[in-house]
Design a protein around this ligand. Structure first.
Ligand SMILES: *Cc1c(COP(=O)(O)O)cnc(C)c1O
Length: 392
């Protein structure tokens, strides 16, 4: 059987690798040598598990939704990452990485953020660990995400408003990388999704894999078997999805279904449907599927959901999509909004706009009555209230 796990060179099939400037070679090599040893050490496991339990509030519940099950068939469970401290799955990854950084003797954290969710999670654990952090954010994003900017400042982070390029996420990434190039020994660059040069995608997937470990144990208790028939998640860079599938990656009984941002539709130029429309290219340090012009210019993407508005996709997902191990739906803005209001009115749960893309997949599936379906609700909708209120 084909293995979908990462190979010894840091690739998933043809995707992944580490395409980095010479100056970062040492930083990346040091991290590559250290991350597995640290993650597998007893002292890391102890600290990580205890923070996930007592600080984040894990295990997150696996909630059987009778409403969704009745409407769509099958037995549908929601994996409630929305109930975590700071409101999404991102906290799992940042806690793991800051412990790794500390163990490696790093004294400062660098991060970038688009909508501010990863920035808030990073500023949170930096406050917890008393580590200084600098967070790069495009000036446009600083202006339109003020509540998150204020939270990060209150948490003690230094926010740098980036004024180059389109003043959004990809420009913030470039400045964060420049900072890391200038300080490769002291600083850890804390990446927020399953992207970037190897070993970042694998490290992030392993830190998020707590999601699928819990799904296994919770299904065994509730269903008498430790695997589902379907796993459903949304994909921006791929970290909540990677965490959701990690333990089942090479289990053929489990089907993977992903929701990426269709935006206004894959026939328009306002989309971020990377796996449906992208081609092979290199961005931010790894080979992936990328929305680009014929001569390799990265295309500006669009989605109603900031967390899915990214022109690339993590290498694991580029591989799963190319090999048809996963089914990938491009979910448009209006479909995501409808799914968000459905869940809110029928279950009393306001989902994040990103997670609403995963919920919208249910309309497109045909389940049999015995199918066990687990859908990861990656975050809560508080941050999206302004958008939702326009559509009430
Ligand atoms: C950031 C974010 C995402 C997208 O990121 P992934 O790395 O693809 O998981 C999805 N949902 C929420 C709630 C987020 O904050």
């Amino acid at each position: 059987m084909q293995s979908f796990s990462i190979d010894n060179n840091g690739y998933y099939g043809e995707f992944g690798g580490a395409y980095i400037p010479e100056i970062l070679q040492k930083g990346i090599t040091d991290l590559e040598k250290a991350y597995l040893r640290i993650i597998e050490s007893e002292s890391f496991k102890q600290q990580f598990d205890s923070l996930l339990r007592d600080y984040v509030g894990r295990p997150s519940p696996l909630y059987h939704s009778e409403q969704l099950s009745k409407r769509f068939g099958g037995k549908i469970y929601l994996k409630r990452e929305d109930l975590n401290h700071t409101g999404a799955h991102k906290i799992n990854n940042v806690i793991g990485q800051i412990l790794i950084a500390r163990e490696m003797g790093k004294t400062r954290i660098i991060a970038e953020t688009g909508a501010g969710q990863h920035g808030v999670a990073t500023a949170t654990v930096c406050a917890l660990m008393q580590m200084p952090c600098t967070i790069y954010m495009g000036k446009t994003d600083v202006e339109r995400q003020m509540p998150n900017v204020k939270k990060m400042e209150m948490l003690g982070a230094k926010i740098v408003a980036v004024t180059s390029g389109s003043m959004t996420l990809k420009d913030a990434v470039n400045e964060a990388i420049d900072d890391w190039c200038a300080n490769p020994d002291d600083a850890h660059y804390l990446i927020g999704s399953a992207i970037g040069p190897h070993p970042f995608p694998d490290m992030v997937a392993r830190l998020q894999s707590v999601i699928s470990k819990e799904i296994k144990a919770q299904l065994l208790e509730k269903e008498g078997r430790n695997y589902p028939d379907y796993l459903i998640a949304c994909t921006g860079g791929g970290s909540n999805a990677a965490g959701t599938i990690f333990e089942f990656l090479n289990d053929e009984r489990v089907k993977f279904v992903f929701a990426e941002a269709g935006g206004k539709g894959i026939g328009t130029d306002k989309t971020a449907a990377t796996m449906n429309l992208g081609s092979v290219g290199v961005l931010h340090g790894c080979k992936m599927l990328l929305l680009q012009t014929e001569d390799g210019q990265v295309i500006d993407t669009y989605s109603i959901s900031a967390g899915l508005d990214y022109p690339g996709i993590g290498p694991l997902f580029a591989h799963l999509a190319t090999e048809k191990r996963a089914k990938v739906f491009a979910i448009n803005d209006d479909e995501a909004l409808k799914a968000a209001f459905d869940l809110t009115r029928n279950e009393g749960i306001i989902p994040a706009l990103e997670s609403s893309h995963a919920l919208a997949v249910l309309e497109k599936m045909q389940f049999s009555p015995d199918d066990v379906v687990v859908l990861t609700l990656s975050g809560r909708g508080d941050k999206d209230m302004e958008t939702y209120l326009k559509y009430i």
